[in-house]
Every structure is written in structure tokens, then in C-alpha cells.
Design a protein. Sequence first.
Length: 232
Amino acid sequence: MEMEKVSDWEKVGAALDERGSAVIEGLLSPAQCRALAALYAKDDLFRSRVVMARHGFGRGEYKYFAYPLPDLIAELRPALYARLHGVANRWNETMGIDIRYPDRHETFRKRCHDAGQTRPTPLLLQYGEGDYNCLHQDLYGEHVFPLQVAILLSEPGRDFEGGEFVLTEQRPRMQSRPEVVPLRQGDAVAFAVHHRPVQGTRGFYRVNLRHGVSRIRSGHRYTVGVIFHDAK
């Protein structure tokens, strides 16, 4: 997949540094969005299904893809990783974390698999009226890539109402800061999985982030999540 055509990646990196999230406009076409959403009915493509209410995660459901991933997801994952690993390495250096991430996603995935994290984590989420996703973090094991990407497959105002992507940032000795990230069909948001560095008066410090989805007021909303580390 040709990443140069979808966004100015320097601006994406700057937005991630400033806010912990960045919108990548028009990552997928409407036809690609519809094709991915239609995969939800094909159970043989997935390794598991999670009904959120059973676990206190919210309302709605999602399915984790099995290996081999569908072609489009299999192309997106390493292409996005290649654009984001530099930000991940810069963040870790700034925060005094020794871990560095290789240039190629295949190499990082081998690191996960060698540690017993072998289950794929890309997922497809389905929401209906009244559904929502509680604030959370997608960690899954010892090896965590510090950024992930969510792609909106449905069109706000046409397919659904409500259902905004929400981030909260917990700063030391301060109240949490919320942010709503507006997305259209085919747009993606890259964001911090766990924490990120923030410049303070005495240098950099870590802030903790969580993400979720507000209540769907009507219609149906589909999202694909691209997580770069695998799960135990």
C-alpha cells in the first residue's frame, strides 16, 4: 500500500507529539470500507468474538482476525508500522525507555512471537444503537508497540449518529484531559496505546492515555483496529 498518497507523515508525527493522536484522512476508499465491514459476517476469518457487555467493556461486540489476515489488513499493518516506528522510538528515547523498534513489522512480530505473543490482534468492531466502548488500553502482553490505528468504516450522519472516538489523557497531579477526534468514513486515527512524553517546565514527563467510543445514538458503526503487537 502506498502510504505517501494518503497523508503528510511529518504532520502526523507532529500531531502525535502534540496531542497523542493524529488523523490520517482518506486512508481507505468507501469501497474498501464497505468490503471490510462486510467481513464481519464471515466467522471463518476470525479467531474469537467478544461481546463487550459480558466483560464490562461497554456495549457492542468485536472480532479478532485470525492468521492469515485478510489481504488489505495484511498490507496496512506493515505499511503503517513503517511510518510510525520512528515516532515510537523517539518517544521511548525521550521517556528514558531502552526498548527500540526495528524498521520492519515482520521483525517486531517475530519478537512478539518469540515471547509467546502469537495471537493476531487486528480486529473488527460492530456497534448498534445504544452501544459504546469504555475507556481502555490494548496491551496484550510484555511487548507493546506504543501506537495503534483505528479506521472508521461507516459514515457519520448517514450510517450512524453519535459514536465519537474519545481519548483521555491522565497527567500527573492533574485532572484528566478529554479529546474527541472527528472522523469521516475512511479516515484513520493513530494514537498512543499506553503513554507518551509531554514537555513540562522541568523536562519531559509521561502521561497515560485511554481510548473509547461514545454512545451510538442511532444506526450502525463499524471500525477496524490495527494493533501492531500480537497477544499471548
